[in-house]
Design a protein around this ligand. Structure first.
Ligand SMILES: [Ca+2]
Ligand SMILES: [Ca+2]
Length: 110
């Protein structure tokens, strides 16, 4: 049973080591997860600065003009004119924290 005590001590140590991180998680909440770029940003924010730059917007506009049924971009063509205006592009969310429950793809470390 001495062995058990040893293992228990190590586990206690592990818990104590991990605990501060757990508390920090509670305090900061969502900020612990890096923001997930929205599908549009994942594809078009080429330099991943979290902003659609002019050249990146141009690519979006060109892509949408080529394929107005593009399921990625169509939802943002608010007035359904087959083009994405700057206003419409500005409505595209940069991240998809809103639908965070879809985190199943994320494999957690054991
Ligand atoms: Ca960018
Ligand atoms: Ca439009």
């Amino acid at each position: 049973m001495k062995k058990f005590g040893y293992v228990a001590a190590i586990m206690m140590l592990a818990v104590l080591t991990i605990a501060p991180g757990a508390y920090a998680k509670k305090d900061k909440g969502a900020s612990n997860n890096p923001p997930v770029p929205s599908d549009v940003y994942a594809k078009y924010d080429v330099n991943t600065n979290g902003v659609l730059d002019l050249s990146e917007k141009d690519v979006i506009k060109a892509d949408y003009a080529k394929d107005p049924s593009n399921p990625l971009l169509k939802p943002f063509d608010i007035n359904n004119d087959g083009k994405l205006s700057d206003d419409e592009i500005s409505m595209i969310p940069a991240t998809k924290t809103a639908d965070a429950p879809k985190e199943k793809k994320h494999k957690k470390n054991k």
